[in-house]
Design a protein around this ligand. Structure first.
Ligand SMILES: Cc1cc2nc3c(=O)[nH]c(=O)nc-3n(C[C@H](O)[C@H](O)[C@H](O)COP(=O)(O)OP(=O)(O)OC[C@H]3O[C@@H](n4cnc5c(N)ncnc54)[C@H](O)[C@@H]3O)c2cc1C
Length: 380
C-alpha cells in the first residue's frame, strides 16, 4: 500500500477483514433473503471494536481515527452491505453525535451501551415531505411544563427494528426551517412511539427500516445540544455518516470486482477464459481505477473528519465518487457474469441491488453535488 498505515491501523484492518470473512460473509445471503435485522452479527461486532469505533475510550469506545473506521466499514461491506450501513448509522449518526453534543449525563447514559452493542441507535430526520429538503420538518416539538410534546411522522428510520434509542429532529420554531429544529434523544420504548411494518426494500435488506408515528412527551433533559440548533447537528453527523457510506460503497464495489475477476478467469467462451478478451479487461481496469480513485477521496475525507470541525465538502465528494464507482462496478460485474450474475440469489445480483441505496441515503448524489458546487462556486 502506497500510504503506510500505522501498526495499529493495519492490525485493526486485518482483524476486521477476518471477522468479515468468517462471521459476516456466511450470513449475508440469509440476511438479504429474510430481510431480518442481523442482531446476532451486530452483537458479534461489538467485541471486534466495530461499535463506538471513534468514540473516546473514556466513554467506552475504541477511540480510533476515522481512517481506521473507514477501512473497517469497507471490509464489512465486502461481506454484507446491510451490516455495514447498520454500523454506520449507530456509530456515525448516533454515538458520534451524542459524544459531540450530548451533556455529561446523556453521554453516561448512552455511549457505553452503544459502544458495547448493548444498545443500537437510530436517526430520525426524514419525513414524508422532508427528504432532500430535510429542513422542511413537519414534526413539531411544543414546549410543555418540564419538557416537550413531539408529534409527527418519521420515515425510513434505519435500525428502528432493533434500536434502543433514536435521535428525533423536530421543529421547535415552525416556519424557521433549519433555524428552528431541535434534536431530541428519545428511548425507543417511550410511550407514544408507534413503529410501522419494516420497509420491504430493493437492497440493504435487513436494515430494519421503519416509519415512526410520534406522539410523545419528553423532558427538557432529552434535548440534545441546544434548542433550535438541531439541524446543524444533523448536518454535522451526516458528514461522518457520508464518509462511512463512501466506505460502504467501496466495499460493495470491491466485492463486485472480486466476483468479476473470479468469473472472468474461469468462464470459457470460444475456447478460452473470457478474461483474455480486451472488452472484459477494460471493464475490469475501469472498475479497479474508479474504485481506487474514490478510495483516495474517502481516505482524504476520513483524514479531514479527524482534523477539521467541518468536512462537509470532502465527505460529499467521497460519498458521490464512491457511490457512483460502486454502482458502476456492480453494473460491470453484472455484465461480465451475464446470466450467472442475473440469476436471483447470485452474489452479484445482491451487490447490484445493495449498492443502489448508497446514491440515495444520507443525501442523494444530487444533494452531494449541491454541497460540492456551492463550495466550488463560492471559492471561485
Ligand atoms: C434504505 C434507506 C435507509 C434510510 N435510512 C434513513 C435513516 O436512518 N434516517 C433518515 O432520516 N432517513 C433515512 N433514509 C431517507 C433518505 O435519507 C432519503 O430517502 C433521502 O434523503 C432522499 O429523500 P427522498 O427519498 O425523499 O427523495 P426526494 O428528496 O423526494 O428526491 C427525489 C429526487 O429529486 C432529487 N432532488 C430533490 N431536490 C433536488 C434539488 N434541489 N435539486 C436537484 N435534485 C433534487 C433527489 O436527488 C432525487 O433524485 C433512508 C432511505 C433509504 C432508501
Amino acid at each position: 500500500m502506497l500510504f503506510d498505515l500505522t501498526n495499529e491501523q493495519a492490525s485493526f484492518k486485518q482483524s476486521i477483514e477476518q471477522f468479515a470473512r468468517e462471521v459476516v460473509a456466511p450470513r449475508a445471503a440469509a440476511i438479504d433473503e429474510s430481510g431480518e435485522f442481523p442482531a446476532d452479527v451486530m452483537r458479534a461486532a461489538a467485541p471486534q471494536g466495530l461499535l463506538g469505533v471513534t468514540i473516546p475510550g473514556a466513554w467506552g469506545g475504541a477511540g480510533r481515527d476515522y481512517l481506521s473506521y473507514a477501512l473497517a466499514l469497507e471490509a464489512i461491506a465486502t461481506a454484507s452491505a446491510t451490516v455495514a450501513v447498520s454500523l454506520s448509522v449507530t456509530n456515525s449518526l448516533v454515538a458520534e453525535l451524542i459524544a459531540h453534543a450530548g451533556r455529561e449525563e446523556q453521554r453516561d447514559r448512552w455511549l457505553r451501551r452503544l459502544a458495547s452493542g448493548a444498545s443500537i441507535g437510530a436517526f430520525a430526520l426524514s419525513e414524508p415531505d422532508a427528504g432532500t429538503d430535510a429542513a422542511n420538518q413537519k414534526t413539531t416539538a411544543v414546549k410543555s411544563s418540564g419538557g416537550y410534546r413531539i408529534t409527527g411522522r418519521k420515515v425510513w428510520v434505519a435500525n428502528a427494528e432493533a434500536a434502543a434509542v433514536v435521535i428525533v429532529f423536530a421543529s421547535t420554531r415552525p416556519g424557521f426551517r433549519g433555524e428552528g429544529v431541535t434534536a431530541f434523544l428519545v428511548p425507543m420504548d417511550a410511550p407514544g412511539i408507534t413503529r410501522t411494518a419494516r420497509a420491504d426494500s430493493l437492497g440493504v435488506r435487513g436494515l430494519g427500516c421503519m416509519d415512526l408515528e410520534l406522539d410523545i412527551h419528553v423532558g427538557d433533559d432529552h434535548v440534545l445540544g441546544e434548542v433550535d440548533r438541531g439541524f446543524g447537528l444533523a448536518m454535522w453527523a451526516l458528514q461522518g455518516g457520508r464518509v462511512a457510506i463512501a466506505a460502504q460503497a467501496l466495499g460493495i464495489g470491491q466485492a463486485a470486482l472480486g466476483e468479476a475477476i473470479a468469473h472472468a478467469g474461469q468462464r470459457e467462451q470460444f475456447g478460452q477464459p473470457i478474461a483474455n478478451y480486451q472488452a472484459i479487461q477494460w471493464m475490469i481496469a475501469d472498475m479497479a481505477t474508479e474504485l481506487d480513485a474514490a478510495r483516495l477521496l474517502t481516505w482524504k475525507a476520513a483524514a479531514a473528519r479527524d482534523l477539521q470541525q467541518d468536512c462537509a465538502f470532502e465527505a460529499s465528494m467521497a460519498k458521490l465518487a464512491a457511490a457512483e464507482a460502486g454502482h458502476k462496478a456492480a453494473d460491470k460485474a453484472m455484465q461480465i457474469l451475464a446470466s450467472a450474475g442475473y440469476r436471483r440469489g447470485s452474489v452479484v445480483e445482491r451487490l447490484f441491488r445493495d449498492v443502489r441505496a448508497t446514491e440515495i441515503y444520507q443525501g442523494t448524489s444530487e444533494a452531494q453535488r449541491m454541497i460540492i458546487a456551492a463550495r466550488v462556486l463560492a471559492d471561485a
